[in-house]
Design a protein around this ligand. Structure first.
Ligand code: C5P
Length: 256
């Protein structure tokens, strides 16, 4: 008898997105009238995921989704969390169940999100809110890999040659391209294992270790008890980071 695994997605929208140089955090930038975060949340709503936790920052954003604004009124600028709540209710995203506060670093935001995950969850997926072209089928594939291999970290083979470059501007190494992958999100793990690894990360930080953590797979690689498995991703699953990404996203989102 197959036992259903309860799955929760943590969608990260707690960053400021300073490399975008915009006046609002990048996940709230609108394309085709809707914030990037809308497309991201909708993909998870349409996937096999059971519940969604959204991690938000603390700035104020003007809410004018789908004609719900009263132009120019101060009251339209609402806290990010309220913005996301309204967005979820206006768009009937009923899988969005709870909200957490963003932290100083991405991993702090994930830690805060993990605290809001229902205790009966089996699988947790962590996803960048600023990655709106994620498709429900890829989310489902990621969950299936967690069930089969214990983890599913979405990635694509590197197309370019990647070099390691020193602070002096000189190349120090050229790793074999055939073994290099560009890591994306979602990144899925068994909830108990991810909690355990993040607990160990917290301990290391408390003990004064300085770690540069840029994704959840890194936390599992350093503090988890087993290898991290890749899920074949998509070259359209890009993250909004700089201005030109928005132009590319327009093309990919138009196809959805
Ligand atoms: O900055 P970066 O592009 O790596 O951010 C990836 C995702 O993580 C974004 O959706 C951003 O909102 C989120 N994030 C966060 N808390 C932070 C930093 C980033 O939730 N402190």
């Amino acid at each position: 008898m197959e036992i259903a695994m309860k799955t929760t997605a943590i969608i990260l929208a707690g960053g400021k997105g300073s490399r975008m140089n915009a006046d609002i955090p990048k996940q709230y930038i609108k394309l085709f009238g809707k914030p990037l975060l809308y497309y991201t949340m909708m993909a998870f709503q349409e996937s096999c995921v059971d519940e969604i936790v959204v991690v938000t920052g603390n700035s104020k954003i003007k809410y004018d989704f789908a004609g719900n604004s009263i132009e120019g009124r101060e009251a339209d600028f609402i806290a990010e969390r309220d913005y996301c709540k309204r967005l979820a209710s206006d768009c009937r995203l009923d899988k969005v169940r709870s909200f957490a506060d963003g932290g100083a670093e991405r991993y702090n935001s994930v830690m805060n999100g993990l605290k809001c995950v229902s205790p009966d969850t089996d699988v947790v997926l962590v996803h960048d809110g600023a990655r709106p072209c994620i498709e429900p089928a890829l989310i489902d594939r990621c969950v299936a890999d967690v069930t089969e291999f214990g983890s599913g970290v979405v990635a694509v083979p590197a197309k370019d040659t990647i070099k390691v470059v020193g602070a002096d501007g000189y190349v120090t190494d050229t790793p074999d391209r055939s073994s290099l992958w560009q890591i994306q999100t979602p990144q899925g793990f068994l909830y108990s294992e991810l909690m355990d690894a993040y607990g160990r990360l917290g301990q290391s930080i408390d003990e004064g270790c300085e770690l540069k953590i840029t994704d959840d797979a890194m936390v599992m690689e350093q503090f988890g008890k087993r290898g991290v498995h890749i899920t074949m991703g998509s070259y359209t699953n890009i993250k909004a980071t700089t201005r030109e990404d928005l132009e590319i996203l327009k093309i990919f989102l138009k196809r959805c």
